[in-house]
Write a protein that binds this ligand. Structure first.
Ligand SMILES: CN(C)CCSCc1cc(N)cc2c(=O)[nH]c(N)nc12
Length: 377
């Protein structure tokens, strides 16, 4: 294990093209090229994928999930096994969410107070308390490389007063998170901008986080049921308020079209369960759009997914075979389609990185969308 004690986490912005940004995050466990897509490994595994397969798709970093891991197997148990990297044998960077989002969406009997949130596990009903301080402690026990403040994320639409209350609570929790973080230099702490779909609340949140000071800034409270145009409007309004020399992470986003649009509006990092979950449900992402392999029209189609793809798995099997695997719910179907979807997401962000470097991001985005629209699926 390399010496993680002295190095620190830094961000270098190397090129811009309009609002789109090309950069690199250096961490003690390796570099993250941005714009970056982070596969989700909720319970210490990217479902149906070996860690080395995740790396081979081009991923520099993956996501762990504090809520799930604190319930099972427990943060102290993961720490006693050497931390999450050794536990799952992924030796590159890991980002962990703070757990608040999953508590509000998954746990039972939640009680939110100024101190934090108490809840009962959706697994066995046992009770837990998650505070800003405990969330930092758990993410540090997991030995995560990028950790998130505890925040309150509201679903949209929401009343102004509710959005203001949750934003102001999240700011107070941001301050407590920063104090509890205690300036650890071998990992980064990101603040999370809240404020719903209100520009003034969002600006107040960003201003408050900047005055506390974070290694990166996440845009939370989106991908929570709002239309894409509302999400893009909030991003357009908030990215100019964020420091240019720190990474910007749009949480829980998204489909390829969401990611392309958000990169064009100044976002650097993304995570979403969509590519792996869609793969397990028979939906495969290609350069020409998404194919629902459950559809009977594929059962006699001898064509591969995409014979011109750089991904061998897109050329190796027929659509008829993949349709068969999906219909019979064979495990291999989930494995193959998860790999194809993650590899496509990495191909997309890699294409964005090259286009930004070449000053042709808007052309690249237009060409990509045209291929999705014209696709002979
Ligand atoms: C697997 N991922 C979905 C988990 C990481 S991102 C979870 C997540 C998703 C969304 N959409 C909004 C928020 C938010 O506002 N705050 C936090 N802490 N997490 C969020």
């Amino acid at each position: 294990m390399n010496d993680l004690s002295t190095k620190q986490v830094t961000f270098t912005l190397s090129a811009t093209d309009g609002m789109a940004r090309r950069g690199r995050i250096d961490t003690p466990r390796g570099d993250i090229q941005t714009p970056a897509f982070m596969p989700v490994g909720t319970a210490g595994t990217v479902k149906a994928m070996y860690p080395e397969q995740v790396r081979e798709t081009g991923a520099d970093i993956l996501l762990g999930n504090t809520y799930h891991l604190m319930l099972r197997p427990g943060a102290e148990r993961v720490a006693s096994q050497g931390g999450l990297h050794d536990f799952m044998d992924w030796q590159r960077p890991i980002l962990t969410d703070s757990g608040g989002f999953q508590v509000m969406s998954l746990a039972q009997l939640r009680k939110l107070t100024e101190k934090g949130v108490t809840f009962r596990s959706h697994i066995d009903g046992s009770s837990y308390e998650l505070t800003p301080e405990r969330s930092i402690e758990i993410q540090t026990l997991l030995d995560s490389d990028i950790i998130m403040q505890l925040d309150e994320c509201l679903k949209l639409p929401a009343e102004y007063k509710e959005m203001e209350r949750a934003m102001e609570l999240s700011l107070r929790w941001a301050d407590r998170s920063k104090t509890a973080f205690n300036n650890q230099r071998n990992r980064a702490l990101f603040g999370i901008v809240q404020g719903g779909d209100n520009a003034e609340l969002r600006a107040r949140s960003a201003q408050g986080l900047k005055s506390i000071g974070f290694d990166g800034y996440a845009v939370g409270g989106l991908a929570v049921g709002e239309p894409q145009e509302v999400m893009f409007k909030v991003i357009e309004e908030i990215t100019p308020e964020l420091p240019t020399d720190r990474p910007r992470y749009l949480m829980g986003v998204g489909k390829p079209d969401d990611i392309l649009g958000a990169i064009g509006r100044g976002i650097d990092m993304f995570d979403c369960v969509h590519p792996t979950r869609a793969g397990r449900h028979g939906h495969v992402y290609t350069r020409f759009g998404v194919i629902n392999l459950k559809n009977a029209r594929h059962r006699d189609d001898s064509r591969p997914i995409d014979e011109a793809s750089p991904n061998p798995n897109c050329r190796r099997w027929s659509r008829a075979y993949l349709h068969h695997l999906v219909k019979t719910e064979e495990i291999l179907g989930a494995m193959i389609l998860s790999q194809i979807n993650l590899a496509y997401y990495q191909e997309l962000v890699q294409g964005c990185r090259g286009a930004i470097e070449g000053g042709r991001f808007s052309d690249f985005a237009a060409e990509t969308r045209a291929a999705w629209a014209a696709g002979d699926l």
